[in-house]
Design a protein around this ligand. Structure first.
Ligand SMILES: *[C@@H]1O[C@H](CO)[C@@H](O)[C@H](O)[C@H]1NC(C)=O
Ligand SMILES: *[C@@H]1O[C@H](CO)[C@@H](O)[C@H](O)[C@H]1NC(C)=O
Ligand SMILES: *[C@@H]1O[C@H](CO)[C@@H](O)[C@H](O)[C@H]1NC(C)=O
Length: 371
């Protein structure tokens, strides 16, 4: 156990060093005058789109949303120890990367009353749990579709101009980091149990459809002013506790479902080609993939090397009904003794401790976007 803790501490230390080094590297600019290094964010704003991997509480404002994290034990390790709508015991990757970039915290959910006035200056978060590349998938769960997220973004642009003035708003929007993190739902909440879809498309064609949707979305963002876009890769779909339970050979006790991981790898190869094509097409666009597949896969295969003791079981108790194996069971508040020992907090979402590991790898991938 001691070596676990030491390794985890070492990882945290490395992260802190990286965080200190990043802004220092960038802010040796005239902006700081003679007054030394200032803890100023290295991008003016972060603007997030996607699903529960980035949703900081938008779904709490949607009466019909099927997936909400507005009950215990979600948020037990977050500031205030209360559920906020984040799908984890504590911080999600969005929070950790925002802090790493020098912000005090991540932007409030766009649908909350807090997303107004000065808070708009540092970005906005449009993500909605169960949203996906395909609007049909999102609509099945009454989540905010990507199409609607883009409409909100357009509305945000005018609100920002009202607060900051047109010229400054334009600078914020072109300097901002745009994060797109979604797609898991298109497989696990749709394709894998939707016979009409799997009859119409084989996996390869379905992946083409999804990366095509991403490409269309990224082009629209570009036309609306985005110049730095990071997109997450598909996570190892076959290593999620929920998919191991639903599709694994050995049920709960089995390892990762290789067939599903193969689908994620297929998607990721196509995403790579799509991102490279976007970069060639727009010479003034910085675009990169935040690889979450590799760190999550490594955590699933060798959790102990990074200080975790459990990678296939969930920390909270999930439900048993088909759509409920994904989330903590609201009727059973119990949870594991220490969420930091678990890679997954619920059936699909990592614990805060695992989110720290994922964010580390995103930060190193994202350096090209912010420098
Ligand atoms: C199957 O997928 C299509 C397209 O995404 C969707 O319109 C339909 O509602 C889905 N059906 C079921 C049973 O999930
Ligand atoms: C695509 O894959 C190649 C080979 O692994 C890699 O060198 C390149 O950086 C990747 N492109 C992106 C945009 O991630
Ligand atoms: C939980 O585990 C982590 C390391 O895995 C350790 O640092 C922490 O002290 C533990 N917390 C409690 C309350 O046992």
């Amino acid at each position: 156990m001691h070596s676990f803790i030491n390794q985890k501490n070492a990882a945290n230390m490395a992260r802190r060093l990286a965080l200190v080094a990043l802004p220092t590297l960038l802010i040796l600019s005239p902006a700081t005058g003679g007054g030394g290094v200032q803890a100023e964010p290295i991008v003016p704003a972060v603007i997030s789109f996607g699903d529960s991997t980035t949703d900081v509480g938008n779904n709490n404002y949607l009466p019909g949303a099927v997936f909400k994290a507005n009950y215990v034990p979600y948020g037990v390790n977050y500031d205030g120890h209360e559920p906020t709508g984040r799908f984890s015991d504590g911080k999600i990757v969005t929070d950790i990367t925002a802090e790493s970039l020098g912000f005090e915290s991540s932007s409030p959910p766009y649908l909350s009353p807090d997303a107004s006035g000065k808070s708009l200056l540092t970005g906005a978060n449009f993500a909605s749990a169960a949203s996906s590349y395909l609007d049909d998938t999102a609509a099945m769960y009454d989540a905010i579709t990507l199409t609607q997220q883009l409409k909100y973004y357009e509305e945000y642009q005018s609100k920002l101009a009202a607060v900051a003035g047109r010229r400054r708003a334009r600078a914020i929007l072109s300097g901002a980091l745009y994060v797109v993190s979604t797609g898991t739902g298109d497989f696990i909440q749709n394709y894998y149990h939707n016979a009409s879809l799997s009859r119409r498309y084989n996996v390869d064609q379905y992946c083409d459809l999804l990366v095509g949707a991403f490409s269309g979305f990224a082009n629209k963002l570009y036309r609306m002013g985005a110049r730095r876009i990071g997109v997450t890769s598909m996570p190892p779909l076959g290593c999620l506790p929920a998919t191991i339970r639903l599709y694994g050979e050995g049920g709960r006790r089995g390892g990762c479902v290789e067939r599903l991981n193969g689908d994620a790898e297929n998607f990721n190869r196509k995403l790579n080609a799509t991102v490279e094509a976007l970069a060639r097409r727009h010479s003034d666009l910085k675009i990169a993939i935040f690889d979450i597949y590799t760190p999550l896969r490594d955590l699933s295969e060798a959790p102990a090397t990074q200080g975790f003791s459990e990678a296939t079981k969930t920390c909270c108790r999930t439900g048993t009904a088909k759509t409920r194996v994904y989330l903590c069971n609201p009727a059973m508040a119990g949870m594991c003794r220490n969420a930091s020992d678990f890679v997954y907090f619920d059936g699909v979402h990592p614990s805060e401790a695992a989110n720290v590991v994922i964010a580390d790898s995103m930060i190193s991938a994202g350096i090209s976007l912010v420098t």
